[in-house]
Design a binder for this molecule. Structure first.
Ligand code: MG
Length: 356
C-alpha cells in the first residue's frame, strides 16, 4: 500500500494510460534496483489495473486483448488433504463426486507439517516462536508414497493426482521421493527444490520422467529463464503479482510455448479475486495452458469483489464483461480491515529453520 500510495501514484501522473508496455518498462527500472517482491506486487497492481482499463475502453474482456480464447474454459485442480490416509481418501472422493478430475493430495499441511510428530525438542527448549511448526522430514518422505498407494487403491487409476513437496526436504531426498512416486503416475509433483537449489533439476531430469511444476517463489526472470529453456520442469507456476503482473506473465507463457513448458499459475486462496481473474484471462488465451489451481469464492467475499470468476465442476470461467470482470466494493471492504498475521515458520527438531 505504501509503495502504491507514496510512490506509484506520483509515478503515474502525466503518463498515457494506453501505453501499458511503456508504463511497465519504466516502472520496472524506475528504482534502478529491481525485482523486489514488494515492488513487483505494487507494479502488478498497476499493470492489472491498466489491462482492466484497456478492456473497458475496448469494450472487451481482457482475454480478447491477449488473443482471444484457446479453450472454452479453464480446467482446474483442487486441494484434498487430511491428517490420515483415510481422511485424504474421503476428501478425494468428495471432490471426485463434485466433478474434479485433478486433485492435489497432502497429508496434513504442506510436507506433513504439524501432523507428523508434534512435540519437538526445540519447543521444549523454548527456542523460536510459539507459532513455529515442526516438520519431521524423514516421516514426511516415508508417508507420501504410502498416501499415494492408499489413494490409488481406494480411488482408482483415472483420477489425476498432484502433490506439493513445498521444497522442505534435502534435494537428493526430493529426487528419491519423486522416483518412488513414479508407479502412481502423478499429473505433476510441485516445488521439489527451494530456489537456491535450482541446479538439482539437472539431476532430477536424468533420474525420473515424473512431470514437475515449479516457480511460485520466483521474482526474477534470471531465476527461471534458463531452467525453462533447458526444460528442467514441465509447468511454470509463477505467482503473477510476484513477477509484476499480466504483462510479464504473458511473456513467460510465450517463452514456455517454444519449450513445451505449460502454465500452472499459482492460485491459492490468498490470491485476491482480481488476481484469480488475471490468471484466468491468461489461461483462456495462451496455447500452452496446463492447469489452474481452483478457488471457490465465499459468498462474503463476493459481496466485496463482485464479478468473481466462477466454477462449473472443475472448469473456471471469467465474468464476460469488459476488463478483468471483477470490481471492488470499497465500502463493503472497509468492514474487514486487514489484520496483522503472526509469522509462521517451519523448523527441524533442533530448531533449524527449514527453507520453503
Ligand atoms: Mg507450491
Amino acid at each position: 500500500m505504501t509503495a502504491i500510495d507514496k510512490y506509484l501514484n506520483d509515478f503515474c501522473i502525466g503518463r498515457d494510460v494506453d501505453n501499458i508496455e511503456d508504463m511497465w518498462q519504466n516502472v520496472y527500472v524506475s528504482s534502478y534496483w529491481r525485482n523486489s517482491g514488494v515492488l513487483n506486487n505494487a507494479i502488478s497492481g498497476l499493470d492489472q489495473a491498466l489491462w482492466d482499463i484497456k478492456g473497458k475502453r475496448a469494450g472487451m474482456p481482457v482475454y480478447q486483448l491477449l488473443g482471444g480464447k484457446s479453450r472454452f474454459a479453464v480446467q482446474c485442480y483442487t486441494h484434498a488433504g487430511g491428517r490420515s490416509n483415510e481422511e485424504v481418501i474421503a476428501d478425494v472422493q468428495k471432490y471426485m463426486a463434485m466433478g474434479y478430475q485433478h486433485i492435489r493430495i497432502q497429508l496434513g499441511a504442506y510436507g506433513g507439517v504439524g501432523t507428523l510428530g508434534n512435540n519437538p525438542p526445540f519447543r521444549e527448549a523454548g527456542f523460536g516462536m510459539e507459532t513455529d511448526d515442526f516438520m519431521d522430514q524423514r516421516a514426511y518422505l516415508n508417508s507420501v508414497p504410502k498416501m499415494f498407494a492408499a489413494v490409488r487403491k481406494a480411488c482408482g487409476e483415472k483420477v489425476e493426482l498432484l502433490h506439493d513437496i513445498h521444497e522442505r526436504v534435502e534435494p537428493l531426498d526430493a529426487i528419491g521421493l519423486i522416483k518412488r512416486l513414479e508407479e502412481y503416475n502423478p499429473f505433476f509433483i510441485e516445488d521439489p527444490f527451494s530456489p537456491e537449489n535450482m541446479e538439482w533439476f539437472k539431476q532430477l531430469r536424468m533420474t525420473t520422467s515424473v512431470p514437475i511444476a515449479m516457480g511460485e517463489l520466483f521474482n526474477n526472470i534470471n531465476e527461471f529463464k534458463m531452467p525453462m529453456v533447458n526444460q528442467w520442469f514441465d509447468f511454470i507456476r509463477v505467482h503473477i503479482s510476484q513477477i509484476g503482473g499480466i504483462t510479464p506473465a504473458m511473456k513467460i507463457a510465450r517463452l514456455g510455448e517454444w519449450f513445451n513448458v505449460r502454465t500452472a499459475w499459482h492460485g491459492p486462496g490468498d490470491v485476491s479475486p482480481v488476481g484469480h481473474a488475471a490468471n484466468c484471462h491468461i489461461d483462456l488465451a495462451v496455447w500452452n495452458f496446463g492447469i489452474q489451481e481452483a478457488v471457490r469464492f465465499s459468498e462474503k467475499l463476493q459481496t466485496i469483489f463482485t464479478g468473481c470468476p466462477t466454477m462449473n465442476k472443475d472448469y473456471m470461467s471469467v465474468n464476460e464483461v469488459p476488463g478483468l470482470g471483477v470490481d471492488i466494493n470499497e465500502k463493503e471492504a472497509a468492514k474487514y480491515p486487514i489484520g496483522t498475521k503472526s509469522r509462521w515458520q517451519v523448523r527441524k527438531s533442533d530448531g533449524t529453520v527449514i527453507r520453503p
